[in-house]
Design a protein around this ligand. Structure first.
Ligand SMILES: C[S@@+](CC[C@H](N)C(=O)[O-])C[C@H]1O[C@@H](n2cnc3c(N)ncnc32)[C@H](O)[C@@H]1O
Length: 332
């Protein structure tokens, strides 16, 4: 049995005996012990064979009465083998909003909390704000291409050194390049791939090429809505293009998702609100694709929504909507 969990259980068991309340629940026992006067608390600490009551008062007992939604997850992590120090760090990172509840939940289920504790490089100031207004760099601007600064932030934030990053619509390989620079292992492919970093492959053949459940981070950066309308959309079709676009993305996502490990992260990068001229309707209205259908797309694929980032270049010319989801760990 894990050591910290053993200590935790013993404290509560002894606590019930000390209080003479054998049927009290864990939170009731912890609350009652925390309510003891100074002398009795010191006596109880001594009885447990502990030299200091601080650990008991500020770490062990508060854990037993920590309320949902965080409390039960912390206790699950403890039972899975996390130490008190690890729980403290995870809790602090959660309160600083560096970790989501869903990530902690997945980590508890998959017994993989240590990967959440690994030290990360500091993110640029703009990536810590609600909307990412990133520096314009004309030299790096490419139609449909991702700014390398965004690629770097995404790789750094959603993967760890040594993990596998897979980008099956890699274009010129911006994400793959950054992933390798940051010490990740990376696979890049594209319909038009033709070099060492980006192999030529249709996303429909991805699973066959790389296998199932191998990626820790799957980056999907499909052609934009504007490109889709110009090159793929059939105007004779009954459905409005924004729905067709969501369906088209859904197909690509379905092709790629099997490569993601349970507990792995998907980053979907889209430009849904672009307004191609060809979409100006006879009534003069513009049809836009809004982000909600794309968010739905993630939930339909059984992904836990983790984050939504809006990234806009300082000159307003580039704008990306970035959805991040977690692949659920199937519980038996
Ligand atoms: C928005 S771009 C990706 C840009 C890339 N992130 C970069 O920074 O260079 C979308 C890419 O999807 C590729 N693509 C379109 N359909 C594809 C398919 N069926 N399989 C693989 N790649 C595809 C296109 O060739 C294009 O390079």
């Amino acid at each position: 049995m894990p050591k910290a969990y053993q200590v935790y259980q013993r404290v509560l068991q002894e606590g019930r005996a000390y209080l003479g309340r054998p049927k009290a629940s864990d939170p009731e026992t912890a609350q009652a012990l925390l309510g003891l006067d100074h002398k009795s608390f010191a006596h109880f600490t001594h009885r447990l064979g502990l030299s200091s009551s601080k650990h008991l008062r500020y770490t062990v007992l508060p854990l037993a009465c920590a309320e949902p939604p965080l409390g039960p997850i912390l206790r699950e992590l403890l039972a899975a083998g996390a130490s008190f120090a690890e729980l403290h760090k995870l809790q602090s990172r959660y309160h600083r909003r560096e970790l989501e509840l869903a990530q902690l939940q997945q980590a508890a289920q998959a017994r993989a909390w240590r990967s959440l504790l690994a030290r990360r490089r500091a993110q640029p100031d703009w990536a810590r704000r609600p909307v990412w207004i990133f520096p314009t760099d004309m030299r790096l601007r490419r139609l449909e291409g991702l700014n390398p600064a965004i690629a770097e932030v995404l790789v750094e934030r959603y993967s760890l050194p040594g993990e596998w990053v897979v980008d099956p619509m890699a274009g010129e390989g911006t994400v793959v390049q950054k992933a390798l620079e940051l010490g990740r292992r990376a696979w890049g492919s594209d319909l038009k791939g033709d070099n060492r970093l980006v192999k030529r492959l249709d996303i429909a053949d991805l699973v066959e090429a790389v296998g199932q459940e191998v990626a820790d981070l799957l980056v999907l950066h499909p052609p934009t809505f504007a490109w889709y309308v110009q090159h793929v959309f059939d105007p004779e079709h009954d459905e409005p293009p924004e729905f067709e676009y969501a369906n088209w993305l859904s197909g690509h996502l379905g092709d790629a998702l099997p490569v993601l490990k349970p507990g792995g992260r998907l980053v979907l990068i889209v430009r849904p609100e672009h307004k191609p001229r060809s979409l100006i309707r006879r009534d003069g209205l513009l049809r836009w694709t809004f982000v909600a259908p794309l968010e739905n797309l993630l939930s339909e694929k059984d992904l836990e929504p983790l984050h939504y980032h809006l990234a806009v270049s300082e000159d307003g010319e580039e704008d990306w909507s970035i959805f991040v989801g977690l692949k659920r760990v199937q519980s038996d």
